[in-house]
Design a protein around this ligand. Structure first.
Ligand code: ZN
Length: 280
């Protein structure tokens, strides 16, 4: 019944009025995604000069934390005609989070050779897996939901972090604190691309939602899925923990589109119509 309902939603989402060539909805802002629906006469789409795959008249584009603001979308129609749309995304202001008194062991970079080799190999596996999923042009996602309900948000996307007075890289996800064992649910439908127990991430699950969109859930106490599993939005994939480099029980939830870092907080609210292009 659940599956049927999701396919019904998918069917609804690909409807586009006969007089429209393109609708884009979502957040046209740094860290946001836009989901587009195109008329069946649209054969190809390019964002700037990069071709974006279309799956059943639907496509997705995303913008990095510090993405440039001006973009061009080009539609190539089946009769060979082209439509070009120039648009701007909004600039974000990111907060600065200062945390003092963190025990040094949580901040020190490992020096043992064995550990360095392990970290490099884990980072390499993750990078290769992500690269592979950029090429999957299917779309599995439909809508999105928060992976941990009733948790406390302790870290937001994009914030500049100063730990014990030392600036580190900006936070690229969403932290939700909850007690150990709290259910973690998939934010949307997709395929499990990778799981593991890594030095920094601890126990984690990476999900391929199709067309370059991915989500990662890290520091889990327990992983409940395996690579290759087809997961429906809301399915339990693991439990909250503090494995890897973590100072307490929480989920770090990250979202990516290709190699860009997307704000998980924004995709929960992405229904807003940004642009509609009528046929002439
Ligand atoms: Zn985090």
């Amino acid at each position: 019944m659940k599956r049927l309902f999701i396919f019904y939603l998918l069917f609804i989402s690909i409807q586009i009025n006969a007089d429209e060539l393109l609708t884009l909805h979502g957040n046209a802002i740094q860290g946001g995604i836009l989901i587009g629906n195109v008329h069946e006469t649209v054969e190809k789409i390019f964002l700037d000069s990069e071709e974006i795959p279309i799956s059943e008249n639907e496509f997705i584009i995303g913008f990095d934390r510090d993405e440039k603001l001006r973009h061009i979308l080009t539609l190539v129609l089946e009769n060979g005609e082209m439509e070009t749309i120039k648009f701007f995304i909004s600039k974000r202001e990111y907060v600065t989070q200062r945390i003092d008194g963190i025990p040094a062991k949580y901040l020190e970079e490992p020096t043992e050779e064995e550990l360095i080799t392990r970290i490099e190999s884990e980072s390499d596996t993750l990078k290769k897996t992500r690269k592979k999923l950029y090429k999957n042009s299917n779309i599995y996602f439909e809508n999105f939901s928060i992976p941990v309900e009733n948790g406390k948000v302790t870290g937001i996307f994009g914030s500049n972090r100063i730990l014990n007075g030392i600036p580190i890289s900006p936070h690229n996800g969403y932290d939700i604190a909850a007690s150990e064992g709290t259910e973690i649910k998939a934010m949307s439908t997709g395929l499990v691309a990778l799981t593991g127990n890594y030095f920094y991430n601890g126990k984690f699950v990476l999900i391929d939602h199709g067309s370059g969109l991915s989500s990662i859930y890290i520091h889990m106490s327990r992983i409940c899925v395996e690579k290759g599993d087809y997961i429906i939005k809301g399915d339990k994939i693991g439990e909250v923990g503090s494995t890897g480099r973590s100072t307490g029980n929480h989920l770090h939830w990250g979202v990516g589109w290709r190699d860009k870092k997307i704000d998980p907080g924004l995709i929960l609210n992405n229904k807003k119509i940004f642009l509609t292009l009528k046929k002439y």
